[in-house]
Design a protein around this ligand. Sequence first.
Ligand code: ADP
Length: 489
Amino acid sequence: MRISIKLKFSLFLAALLILAVGVLSYFVLRGVERNELSQTEHNLAQHVNTVNLRVKQTYYTGARLTPQVFMQQRGKALAAELAGFTGLEVTLYDSQGQQAGTSAGGPGPGPGKPDLSTALDYALNNKVAYQSEGDKLFYLAPLQGPEGQMGVVQLQYSLEGARSFQQTLLNLFLTTGGVVLVFSFILGYLYFNRAAASIGRLKKAAEDIRGANYITAPPVRRKDELGELAEGIYFMSREIERSIAAKDEERRKLELAVEKLQALEQQQKQYIGNISHEFKTPLTSIKAYVDLLNMYDDDPKLLHDAKLSIAKETERLYEMVEKVLQLTALEKYDFESQAELLEVESTLRDICGRMKGKAERYGLTVRLDAQPAHIWIDRESFMHIFINLLDNAIKYNVPQGSVHLYSEVRDQRVWITVQDSGIGIPEASREKIFEAFYTVNRDRSRASGGTGLGLSLVRNLVEKQGGTIALLEGSGEGAAFELSFPLVT
Ligand code: ADP
């Protein structure tokens, strides 16, 4: 059976109070009883003195008799007289223990009368003795004569008054105890009700935490142990929430990493497939020429065509191998770049100069409008980036076309744009042109010695140097690539 904590506490408090009241009443009642007894003893001893005095006085003033005869002759009258003095029932015994007279009814012991022989023996031996029977106390004390003890006086004292006082006291204690019990139970119940409500709230908080509903504030605010426990539960809840969130975040990151790895693996497979495919085309062409030469080695036209074609394909293969190696180095190792302070305007001028010959061969003009700026970059990478971009701008241009290279400084960066008046990049390919081996038009690319690796390499180099590259939204004819690098201030 489940007993609630507040009922248990209330019962415990009530039991404690009953015990306290019980112990208190026991000692108080015992004290009162003892006090009354000693008071009674004192009174009775005084009465015995009075009796002794009166008996001696009567003895000496009357005719000379032996104490024995005196007691037998005068005992009865004396007992009645002494009862009048003391207000108590008095019985006198001679030195033989024979009743000499009494103020209380018939003589001697008889049926319905208490047996006082033991107390009487004591008193005959010159000692005080008392015996209580019902609500009566019999007090026996020696009577002193001229030559020692001459008898015994027995005083009968009613304990009724004392008993009823004690009973009243006991009733008072019982009533008080009862009232205290009821009140303490009610008060205790009300008080513990509050504490139990707090415990209930703590229990609810613990259940919430178990169900992953973390608490946002301590469930109880008290300045005692329950309050401290509530604080503890609150901090525990926050810690659990935090560590679970951290674990979730870690798991999410791991899942992301796994996803990335899987994508990378897929990319690598595709990359290797592409490389093999790209390598196969020039090799097939070379092999075909070699076979033809084996068969017709004396045909001068064939020899001429084969020489040109093999040289072109070999050049293409060489370029491809070089770019693949560069890309691999960039992705696998931290590219060995040696950053230096570079002046943008003069370097771009140098690059334009180098590409001028090729542009002229294609009948194109190259224009440069650059602002002076300094950036911190690896010179080799910078050259590579812009030579590749200019090369594309020339390759994918139209006759009598132009290439415009310009730069400006804004937002702590230098912004460089390579714009051409060429064939442009179709909307569908805008997302893909930075992927390795992607070409918009395979035949055109191949015809111009393209490999589909240039922009992939450029983007890698730009990012490694802390820059950005983007293909600008269709700005009329041609294509425009905008790059930016942080300025040295
Ligand atoms: P490729 O060696 O074929 O030039 P890139 O990676 O440099 O390879 O370029 C990828 C593709 O993007 C090219 O095949 C071409 O179709 C397209 N492309 C790059 N630059 C330009 C440009 N300036 N104008 C038009 N198309 C371009």
